[in-house]
Write a protein that binds this ligand. Structure first.
Ligand code: S3P
Length: 433
């Protein structure tokens, strides 16, 4: 896939469904009573992995494209799969399913692709074991494949070192089955889609945030459930996918893009704050609340940008957008510092190393740090051959960066956008016409 400099992006784009919310709608629907009707389900490879896993556990799921029907089997209705469950490239599938499997009365092996088999799973193995589950890494390296034997669980009060919605959600899901209250404290509030949807499906779950200004700590609390009830879910457009158009619109001179129906949940919308702090012209229109998740259209116009510091509590609210924000910072005047983002090293690729390598290959002035990057903006970039490392967000980031660089940018492994945004290149090219 090749990109060259573009003279402005124009028009409207409708963003595919939110990946995090899509996964949760199938998972929570599967363990609820009744039918869950999901609109605008993301048909990316990750979310299809989630559907396949639950089908293998006896759940009838009709995937009609934009609408998915999940015929729930209740909290205790899953059946033992005949073979290992394949989570593909999806960390969300692996970690959240583990929380459910920890309480089933059968044994399962969870596996996935080469990237999944390198991602840290101790972060869920530890709390789930504390709750009484039997969960082990088959190769003894703290990664998948995982062998999980369901057990009777008890509630715990757990403090997580990382602000991770996947860790929090795995514990909350296990907490549905526990014999008492379960509490998960994280250093900063991570995305709260599980809490919103579990409550919407009838669970007793709440969030306690510390009021002291110095602390961003948040605690999610769940009580065991007798049953959950399936419901209608309207999945908003994924802000993590919208981010590529948002940044492209700001970076490519002469652009104006209307991005339709994007989820703007504050625990996900840090990119709006940072884009504005960098001088970006970003306007929210038609703000509304879908099934508990705020949604808006986003109008973005190319802007003269300046550097900023991105750190602390905002990090979990834009963690998946940091690659494209780092690329955008190359086109801003002055220095942008990203810190407190060591989690980037354990995503689908080591995103600090890969971003530094690829941006440097294009002529940018970027320094890799232990927990982020320092980007000195304003140097003109030139095209290069860049490797996606089969990381969807890296591929999309360099498509956008290639539009602002002299010469040609070639992306290796470009097809991995299939994970979260199969039509990405078509949608981007339409804005170039
Ligand atoms: C996700 C949480 C984040 C994010 C991932 C999706 C989720 O991961 O990076 O793409 O759906 O809960 P962590 O929980 O590991 O931070």
């Amino acid at each position: 896939m090749k990109f060259t400099r573009c003279n402005g992006l124009h028009g409207e784009v409708a963003i595919p469904g939110d990946k995090s919310i899509s996964h949760r709608s199938v998972m929570f629907g599967a363990i609820s009573k009744g039918t869950t009707e999901i609109h605008h389900y993301l048909q990316g490879a990750d979310c299809l992995s989630t559907i396949a896993c639950f089908q293998k556990m006896g759940v009838e799921i009709e995937n009609r494209g934009d609408v998915v029907l999940v015929h729930g089997r209740g909290l205790r209705g899953l059946t033992r799969p005949a073979e290992a469950l394949d989570c593909g490239n999806s960390g969300t599938t692996t970690r959240l399913i583990s929380g459910i499997l920890a309480a089933q009365d059968f044994e399962v092996t969870l596996t996935g692709d080469a990237s999944i088999q390198k991602r840290p799973m101790k972060r869920i193995m530890e709390p789930l074991s504390l709750m009484g589950a039997s969960i082990e890494s088959v190769n003894g390296n703290g990664c998948a494949p995982l062998r999980i034997r369901g057990r009777r669980l008890h509630g715990i009060s757990y403090t997580s070192k990382v602000a991770s919605a996947q860790v929090k959600s795995a514990i909350l899901l296990a907490g549905l089955y526990a014999d008492g209250e379960t509490r998960v404290t994280e250093p900063y509030l991570s995305r709260n889609h599980s809490e919103i949807m579990l409550r919407y499906f009838g669970a007793d779950v709440r969030t306690e945030t510390e009021t002291s200004a110095a602390s961003g700590r948040a605690t999610a609390v769940i009580r065991p459930a007798r049953e959950l009830h399936g419901n209608l879910v309207e999945v908003p457009g994924d802000i993590s996918s919208a981010a590529f158009f948002l940044c492209a619109g700001l970076m490519v001179p002469g652009s104006e893009i209307l991005i339709r129906s994007v989820g703007t949940n504050p625990t996900r919308a840090g990119i709006l704050e940072v884009a504005r702090a960098m001088g970006g012209d970003v306007t929210l229109l038609n703000e509304r609340a879908g099934s508990g998740e705020p949604t808006a259209d986003i109008l973005v116009r190319s802007s003269s940008l300046h550097g900023t510091v991105i750190e602390g509590a905002v990090i979990p609210t834009l963690i998946d957008e940091l690659p494209v924000i780092a690329a955008m910072a190359c086109f801003a005047d002055g220095t942008t510092v990203i810190r407190d983002a060591a989690e980037l090293k354990v995503k689908e690729s080591n995103r600090i190393a890969v971003m530094t390598e690829n941006l440097t290959a294009m002529g940018a002035d970027v320094t890799e740090t232990d927990d982020g990057m320092i980007i000195r903006g304003g140097k003109p970039l030139h095209g290069a051959v860049v490797d996606s490392h089969l990381d969807h967000r890296i591929a999309m980031t360099f498509a956008v960066t290639g539009l602002c660089a002299g010469g040609e940018t070639e992306i290796l492994g470009a097809e991995c956008v299939n994970i979260s945004y199969p039509r990405f290149y078509e949608d981007l090219r339409k804005l170039m016409e």
